[in-house]
Design a binder for this molecule. Structure first.
Ligand code: HEM
Length: 113
């Protein structure tokens, strides 16, 4: 049996630049395009696990997240209160519950039409 530590892979400071910073642009090339699937960064992103026991719900989860997120972005402008900066996105500062729990923050949803 092979087991692996997803946290370790995702926070390996010898590979990732700023592994504790939320930065989706790390997966884009210099033209703003998503890196190709064969890029090592893509290989090291194991959101749904890897191998025989990887997540059986991956396609469903991806479809639902895409639909949910695009529905929100199509229908609302999202703004934040400039007087309240976003809390840190460093997971080492999160509260440890069953999952790591990020701090709450306020966003204003303004209908787009
Ligand atoms: C964003 C959403 C999700 C994430 C990030 C996620 C992530 C994962 C991860 C990391 C594993 C473990 C893989 C391993 O042990 O190697 C897993 C397993 C599993 N996931 Fe998900 N999952 C998600 C959504 C779902 C959904 C929607 C379903 C079902 C409808 C689901 C069903 C399962 C099942 C049944 C397993 C166990 C597979 C096995 O051991 O053979 N997951 N998931």
């Amino acid at each position: 049996m092979v087991t692996y530590n997803i946290w370790r892979v995702h926070h390996d400071e010898s590979f990732w630049e700023n592994p504790f910073t939320f930065d989706p642009t790390r997966f884009l090339d210099e033209h703003g395009k998503l890196l190709p699937p064969e890029d090592e960064k893509r290989h090291r992103l194991l959101t749904f696990g890897i191998g025989k026991r990887s997540c059986i719900g991956e396609n469903l989860a991806r479809a639902r997240i895409f639909l949910g997120l695009t529905s929100i972005l199509q229908n609302f402008d999202l703004t934040r209160d400039p007087s309240e900066p976003f809390p840190s996105s460093d997971p080492r500062t999160y509260e440890i519950t069953f999952f790591l729990k990020p701090p709450s923050y306020k966003l204003q949803f303004t209908p787009r039409h």
